[in-house]
Design a protein around this ligand. Structure first.
Ligand SMILES: Cc1cc2nc3c(=O)[nH]c(=O)nc-3n(C[C@H](O)[C@H](O)[C@H](O)COP(=O)(O)OP(=O)(O)OC[C@H]3O[C@@H](n4cnc5c(N)ncnc54)[C@H](O)[C@@H]3O)c2cc1C
Ligand code: HEM
Length: 394
């Protein structure tokens, strides 16, 4: 990019700060109107909640701010790249997004968005798009090149279903081609490419079992009013065929950490799924694993019997169950929420742990704040969102 383009883009930072979400919300409206073919990639609930528009506005603003120091935002790119690759975003989609984004900037900023500004943003978008396209192609290529890997969609069959709680059911998926399965890292997720009553949908589901099995297991919570989760619970039976995109995601156990620092997994509700995969693959290694799980009550608590069995077999696995509205017969270790005091009791005194957490947003904000306050190094706090990334700090 030439220095003049960089200067013009940087000069739009205040306007983006003021109008970023208005621009990205308008962007989605016009893109879905003009290009219905890309709508199926996006989750309507994330649009309605505004979280996707906020995530995109945040990314565009960060890009404009650091356009002359891209290394400052390099850390944020893997998540976007993995998310795009999981969903199957392709190079041909970029011009559609680019044209609609420029249109939205023009519409929202009006006369302030001069031809010069739009041209500079066009060039800046091309440059970012080229970077993302190349990185996403690298993910597709690497996945396809490995044993059991593939590119695009692969057909799987539901081989088994198992209820894990009153609201969470596991689905064991086996490829219909009978071939091997691509190894994944615990914490990664699949994308199901669905068509429900004529409506195309894509949904991410974390892999909940250890890698190396002849199946992929996903465990799905039945969401009230949710299209994919209700369809899976009510319609997907043994033998149902599903189109699946290869495992992706950067919320993974860091290779250097394995067998090293104690692992603390703190989850709420269905956020337990990637933690199960992490626990299943770490329990036998001797690495201390603190498995802290918050559920409303015993009826909503998934995988309790399995975690208890692992803890009975492996002294390094230490479960702690916390229920906020226990039923009479429930026997949690604690009632209420996962408080700072509770976390403090679980963590070793030096706080040198790898703390992975996932759950509803208020739960995540609290675990993050408590982890920081208790002195867990920030780079050892890792989290995933079951939706677009959101801010955890006030
Ligand atoms: C990386 C990742 C991993 C995930 N892993 C898991 C997992 O392991 N297990 C799991 O169960 N889920 C997981 N999810 C969540 C999953 O992808 C789905 O979002 C979830 O199953 C809900 O999808 P749905 O189609 O059933 O609901 P949706 O139809 O998307 O609806 C979700 C909620 O939003 C409401 N809603 C929908 N559309 C609108 C609208 N237009 N306006 C207002 N409200 C609306 C619905 O009523 C419902 O309450 C994961 C998500 C991500 C991003
Ligand atoms: C330079 C261009 C782009 C940028 C900067 C960008 C940025 C982002 C960001 C920040 C997120 C949120 C990631 C997260 O936290 O989950 C995201 C998600 C997503 N992006 Fe992009 N993106 C770009 C291009 C595209 C293109 C071309 C497509 C193709 C249709 C696309 C489709 C999606 C989808 C489907 C999601 C997930 C949405 C959801 O959860 O509902 N993006 N992108």
């Amino acid at each position: 990019m030439n220095p003049q383009t960089i200067a013009i883009v940087k000069a739009t930072v205040p306007a983006l700060q003021a109008h970023g979400e208005a621009i990205t919300s308008h962007f989605y409206r016009i893109m879905f109107e003009r290009h219905p073919e890309v709508k199926a990639f996006f989750n309507e609930a994330h649009q309605a909640a505004g979280s996707q528009a906020r995530a995109l506005a945040g990314a565009v603003l960060a890009y404009a701010t650091y356009i002359d120091r891209l290394d400052e935002i390099a850390g944020a790119l893997p998540r976007i790249i993995e998310k795009h690759a999981a969903l199957g975003v392709l190079p041909e989609h970029y011009p559609v997004v680019g044209a609609c984004l420029l249109r939205a900037i023009k519409d929202v900023l009006g006369d302030a968005a001069t031809d010069e500004i739009i041209a500079a943003w066009g060039e800046a978008y091309q440059s970012l798009a080229a970077l993302l396209i190349a990185a996403e192609e690298e993910v597709y290529r690497a996945n396809a090149a490995q044993t059991g890997g593939w590119r695009g969609e692969r057909e799987f069959r539901v081989a088994r279903r198992e209820d894990e709680s009153e609201v969470i059911t596991s689905f064991y998926l086996e490829p219909t081609d009978g071939g091997p399965l691509l190894a994944f890292s615990p914490g990664q997720y699949l994308t199901l490419v669905l068509n429900i009553d004529g409506e195309p949908l894509r949904r991410n589901y974390s892999l909940s079992d250890a890698p190396g099995k002849p199946w992929y297991r996903i465990s799905v919570k039945k969401e009230e009013g949710g299209k994919a989760s209700n369809w899976l619970h009510e319609t997907a039976a043994i033998g149902t065929l599903l189109k699946v995109q290869a495992p992706c995601g950067d919320f993974v156990l860091q290779p250097a950490d394995e067998h090293a620092r104690p692992l603390v997994l703190v989850t709420g509700g269905v956020g337990i799924t990637p933690a199960m995969s992490m626990l299943e693959s770490m329990a036998h290694t001797g690495r201390p694993v603190h498995f802290i799980h918050a559920a409303r009550h015993g009826g909503a608590h998934a995988f309790r019997a399995r975690v208890d069995a692992l803890a009975a077999k492996h002294a390094n696995v230490k479960p702690l169950y916390v229920y906020d509205t226990p039923r009479d017969a429930d026997r949690p270790h604690a009632t209420g929420f996962v408080t700072r005091e509770l976390l403090a009791q679980q963590l070793p005194a030096d706080r040198d742990v790898d703390l992975y957490f996932l759950g509803p947003k208020p739960f995540m904000k609290s675990v993050y704040a408590n982890g920081v306050a208790l002195g867990v190094p920030k780079q050892q706090l890792r989290y995933e969102f079951f939706g677009p990334l959101e801010a955890l700090k006030a």
